[in-house]
Design a protein around this ligand. Structure first.
Ligand SMILES: NC(=O)c1ccc[n+]([C@@H]2O[C@H](COP(=O)([O-])OP(=O)(O)OC[C@H]3O[C@@H](n4cnc5c(N)ncnc54)[C@H](OP(=O)(O)O)[C@@H]3O)[C@@H](O)[C@H]2O)c1
Length: 353
């Protein structure tokens, strides 16, 4: 167990901007409080939201602070009132406000889930953000059913990969997915029926399915948001989860980019919803975890069950030591990843694990 305040090697965001804002350095931990657990981290899961955060789109906290929304490791201490987690448990942690790219984390027990015995730390660190998000889009809000169809943008990314597997788990479904051309074979192996290019995916989709699709996950936003609505069949469901289109370079996101994305995305016509029998929804996983923890635990239990049945399996694109966080970030920013990018913690003392 570490002492409160002990500096831990961490990925610190020193300000909003380019890669130079990512610093790997010792940073103090917070005090283990009532309801908290302390975890010796083995692996951290990287997310597209790390780009939004560094580039100034998300302002949950003011820099400097430690980045990182998810990790997996072994519990080394528990605070008062923690009942469902014990020292020695292998856990995954998800915290949308960050603070998890470090050797040891102190995190509320409500953000931790004990891993099934057959799940590796790598798969644990790849589960929460991608599979919970996909779960609510595909199975909960999207309510995809046998015989239906779905459009998954960026289907080779972490959420897209998870959404494809969850869509497959409901039966015979037609899956349309967009990705960069070099990733087509991989996404087809994962279960995408029709891989499509980013630039003309709507026309290509309508050639295969002139009436559109039952479910659309929209992680791109901007002008794609109108297209998502237009591609819905009557009683179809579109779930807006992100705005990848706002990330165009590696520097701080400019006000013009942000305004254009906001302007293009804001258009939901109430009349259109009625006249076309459409459902348009939004999802913010982090806030859902804060406000509806029981719904999240239920979803996670279901995901663990699907994992144990072999119906879902995260795909790891690459793993990088913590001090190579800039190289790892470039894999995401340059759209090279298939599946999940991980950061690993190298330990000289492995007695905690
Ligand atoms: N609302 C929530 O609670 C929630 C939770 C988790 C994730 N998300 C959102 O889901 C999306 C995917 O996240 P992730 O962590 O799975 O991402 P990821 O693994 O980093 O994958 C992202 C992929 O998206 C594609 N992409 C990148 N920039 C793009 C752009 N400007 N326009 C279109 N596609 C682009 C790239 O692949 P290709 O070029 O091959 O398509 C990239 O590999 C993000 O928008 C993220 O913010 C939302």
């Amino acid at each position: 167990m570490i002492s409160a305040g002990d500096p831990q090697l961490s990925v610190v965001l020193s300000g909003y901007g380019g890669y130079e804002c990512l610093k790997v350095m010792p940073w103090p931990t917070r005090l283990l409080g009532k309801g908290d657990v302390q975890v010796a981290v083995v692996v951290c899961g990287m997310n597209f939201a790390d780009l939004y955060t560094r580039q100034g789109l998300l302002h949950e906290r003011k820099p400097p602070f430690v980045l990182g929304m998810e990790c997996a490791g072994k519990v080394t201490a528990v605070g008062d009132s923690v009942t469902h987690i014990n020292v020695g448990d292998r856990v995954l942690c998800y915290q949308y406000t960050g603070d998890l790219y470090r050797e040891h984390v102190v995190v509320s027990a409500s953000n931790c889930f004990v891993l099934p015995s057959g799940m590796s730390y790598e798969h644990g660190a790849a589960l929460a953000a991608n599979y919970l998000t996909a779960y609510f889009c595909v199975l909960d809000i999207g309510h995809l059913r046998d015989g239906q169809s779905i459009l998954i943008p960026s289907c080779a990314g972490g959420v897209g990969w998870a959404a494809t597997q969850l869509a497959r788990s409901v039966g015979t479904v037609t899956i349309f997915g967009t990705c960069s051309p070099g990733k087509r074979d991989a996404v087809q192996k994962n279960g995408v029926t029709h891989p499509l290019n980013h630039d003309n995916y709507d026309q290509e989709l309508l050639k295969h399915s002139p009436d559109g699709v039952d479910v659309v996950i929209d992680s791109v936003a901007g002008s794609a948001f109108s297209t998502s609505q237009r591609l819905l069949k009557p009683l179809g469901r579109a779930v807006l989860i992100g705005s990848s289109s706002v990330v165009t370079g590696s520097k701080k996101i400019g006000m013009w980019n942000f305004l254009r994305m906001w302007w293009d995305t804001k258009g939901i016509s109430a009349t259109d919803l009625i006249m076309h029998n459409r459902v348009v929804a939004g999802l913010h996983l982090g806030l859902l975890m804060e406000r509806e923890p029981d719904r999240i635990r239920e979803a996670m239990d279901h995901l663990f069950q699907l994992y144990e049945e072999g119906k879902i399996k995260p795909y790891i694109d690459s793993t990088w030591p913590l001090d190579k966080v800039v190289d790892a970030t470039k894999v995401l920013a340059e759209r090279k990843n298939v599946g999940k990018v991980l950061l690993t913690i190298e330990r000289t003392d492995s007695s905690e694990l």
